[in-house]
Write a protein that binds this ligand. Structure first.
Ligand SMILES: [Zn+2]
Length: 319
């Protein structure tokens, strides 16, 4: 019998957030702590104490179907976090966090990367409810993705599938955080938009409101604010970003013929400035048989809860 609760944990670079979630997707208890600053072992020990408090508070471990963890570079098959970006556990370190937390709480625990968790969250509680084929794209400090085919998340042979943020969209383009050149993430992440802004201003965008700011510190939020005031350069920056995203999406569509592409994260809030150009490029570059068939949707999960909900949704799948 399925038990009434699951626990969702999102391991972020700065904070770790967690919560007890019921079958309707309501977070009934929540907590937060600073993400790993020292060793993986001390992190796990501190987190376990916090989790056990919540578990006791709602009636003990028997009430839990499982614990789900979303983490950068999370590996579903191994339950490990491998060489996690922004987390100082040592270069190349593979941390078996799922096993560690399972041992500390007595509850079965699964782990995947944060964008995969977001995809399962949308499928369980969000706009992708009932969909069997869709692609989740998270637009934040990086660009993440989760690919759902026939109702199942695609993990690939090694547990790492779905790194669409690192598809190369420009040959010999910008250097990406992964060390290669021209990745989608280098253009469509929040920092990618900021880099585009710097290029546009330096290439003659002197009349833009953005030119009044320190060009090295312009953020995607600044670009949004300027676009809202009708600034043509800011609007062109989103158009350029949307074009790159839409063209990439047309390629993704050829791969798995998704019913929808679901966007989540800061940049998706740029609304019409980005969604219009994405849709146009998607329509323009899609193969004929796919044209006009894939919906472009925005997540409707509250941003503050989405990470915990996504991770928690994974734990309903534990049999
Ligand atoms: Zn990359």
């Amino acid at each position: 019998m399925v038990k009434p609760y699951v626990m969702g944990i999102d391991v972020g670079g700065t904070n770790t957030v967690f919560g007890v979630v019921d079958a309707r997707g309501k977070i009934i208890e929540a907590g937060k702590m600073k993400s790993p600053s020292e060793t993986a072992e001390s992190y796990c020990a501190t987190l376990s104490v916090e989790l056990n408090k919540l578990i006791e508070h709602v009636g003990g471990k028997e009430k839990f179907n499982g614990i789900g963890i979303g983490a950068p570079n999370g590996n579903y098959y191994q339950g490990t976090i491998e060489d996690a970006p922004n987390i100082s556990w040592g270069k190349g370190r593979v941390v078996p966090l799922a096993n560690m937390l399972s041992a500390a709480t007595g509850i079965s625990t699964v782990l995947t990367n944060d964008a995969n968790a977001a995809a399962i969250g949308e499928m369980t509680y969000g706009v992708a409810k009932g969909m069997k084929n869709f692609i989740m794209i998270t637009l934040g400090t990086g660009v993440g993705s989760g690919i759902v085919v026939n109702g199942t998340l695609v993990y690939g042979h090694d547990g790492f599938a779905g790194e669409l943020g690192h598809v190369i969209v420009k040959k010999d383009g910008r250097v990406c955080g992964c060390g290669r050149k021209g990745c989608l993430e280098a253009y469509a992440s929040a920092t990618g938009v900021a880099r585009t802004a710097k290029e546009f201003i330096e290439n003659g965008g002197t009349k833009s409101l953005l030119a009044q700011l320190d060009v090295n510190n312009v953020t995607s939020k600044d670009v949004y604010d300027a676009a809202m005031k009708g600034d043509k350069v800011a609007i062109a920056i989103f158009k350029e970003t949307g074009n790159i995203l839409g063209e990439a999406f047309a390629n993704f569509i050829a791969f798995s013929s998704p019913e929808a592409i679901v966007l989540f994260g800061g940049l998706s809030k740029a609304g019409k400035f980005i969604m219009g150009p994405i849709q146009e490029a998607m329509d323009e570059y899609s193969l004929g048989i796919f044209k006009g068939k894939t919906k472009l949707l925005m997540s409707d999960l509250p941003e503050s809860d989405a990470a915990v909900l996504g991770a928690s949704a994974l734990a309903w799948e534990i049999k």
